[in-house]
Design a protein around this ligand. Sequence first.
Ligand SMILES: [Zn+2]
Length: 468
Amino acid sequence: MKHAHVGVCLGLVIGVVAAGYGRALDTGEAAAIVARGGYLIQNASLVLTMDPNLGDRSILGQLENADVLIVGDQIAAVGVNLSAPSGVNVIDGRGMIVMPGFVDTHDHLWQSLIRGCAADDDLNGWLNRCVLPLNTSPFSETDAYVGVRLSTTGLIDTGVTTAVDFSHAFNPGFVRGNLRALTDSKMRFVFAMFGAQSDGSDIIAAKREFIDGNPLATLQVATHPTPSLATHVKDMTAVARSLGVKLHVHLLENISQVDEDPLGVLQTAGAFALGRDLYTAHSIHLSDRNIKTLKILNAAVSHQPLSNMRLASGIMRYPDIQEAGLRIGLGLDGGTNDTTDAFNNMRAAVGLQRATLRDANQSPTVAEVLRAATLGGAEALDMQHKIGSLTRGKQADLIVIEQRALNFAPLLRPVNQIVFNGQPQNVKWVFVAGRALKEKGRVTGVDQGALLKAAQIATSHIMPFIQP
Ligand SMILES: [Zn+2]
C-alpha cells in the first residue's frame, strides 16, 4: 500500500539532521520521500543491524532503544533520537525488534501445491511420487502462478524478503506463471531456471521479459549434476558463464548420490571455472576432500535443515563447512513444503548440530544462525553490497518483530528468543526496498481467501498425476 505524501515541504525535509549515525538528508533523499514515501521506526527496543561497525560492534551490530529511517527504497539512517522528516510514516518501535529480512537461499516455490505429499517417504520416494510425475502433466500457467503466490505470501508473512526459487520450469506456460507470481509478490527474488533449450534461448527470453527491467530480480541457471544429465550440466554451465550468472545445483542431498560423483560431473562439464558462481544447495554428504574442493572454488553453500529432516536426507556438516570458510545461507526448500516458518528453520539449524554432536557450543550458535539467515545468505548470493544488514545506503529490506506476545514474552535474552521463540505471527512489518509488504501483522496486496481457494483448485489439477 502506498501512502500519499502531498504537501511535503522539501526545505523542511532537507533541513532535518538525524542524530546518532544519521546526518542531514540530501536533496535526492528528500525527493525520494516525496516520490516513494518513507518510514521512521522510532524507539525500537532492539535493532540487530548485522553490521559490526554499528552498535555494540558484535557480528549482530546491536543497538538498544534505537531508530531506523527508511527513505524511498533505502536505509537512510540507523541511530538514536533520529528526527522524523516531514512526510514519513512513524512506527512506534517500543517493544519491537528490527532486523534485516530473512534471505531464503534455496526453495522451489511451486511445491506449496504438494504440501504433505508422501510424508512416509525419503527424498527419492517423495520425488518419485510427488514431483517427477509432473514432468508429463499439463501444469498450467495459472496453477504455477497460484502455487508461487501461495509460497511468496507465506514467505513474506514469516519475514523473508529475498527468495531464491529453483524452478523446475516444467513448460513455457509454467515459467510465465512462476515469474508473473514472483513479480507480483513485490519480493526480491532470484529465479534459478532449469533450461529446456541447450543454447539457453528460453532462459535468455525469460531474462529479457521478467528480470532485466525489475530491480528486485536476479537470474541464476539451474541443473542437476548427475551422470544421466551430463550434457545438460555442460550446456547450463556454458549458459551461466555466457550470462555471467550463478549455476545453482543440488549437491549430495541423498547418500545414494555419492556414487554418482556429482562434483566430478561438474568438473567435467567445466563448472569449476565458475568459481564463486558455483552455488550448491543441501551439500550434506560432503567428504573432507569435497569441502576442500568447494573452498578452493570459493563456492557458496545453501543449508536446508527442515527439508533435510523431513526427507531423511541427513545432516549437513555445518561446523566443518563454516570452519573451512565457505559462505553459508539458510533455505526453506520445497515451496516451504511443510512450513514457511523461517524461525523454525533457524531452530532446526541450531538443534540438528546440538543433537548430533551433543555439544551446545557447536556452530551455528544463535548469533551465527541469525547472521546466516540474513547477511550470510546475502553473501552466498554475492548481494551483500545491497542487502543483508541495516547499513546506511543499503536497500530497505527489513522486518519488525513484536516481542509482546504469548510465545515470546517476557524479555530476558531477546536475541536468543528470536531464534528459540520466534514465530511468523510475531512479525508485524516486512519491508522490501522500502515498500511495506506486511503491515501491522497483515500481508498487503493479497486476497488471502481467494488465494486459498485458487490453491485448492490448482492442487486438484495435479492430484491425478501424483501419489500423495
Ligand atoms: Zn531443493
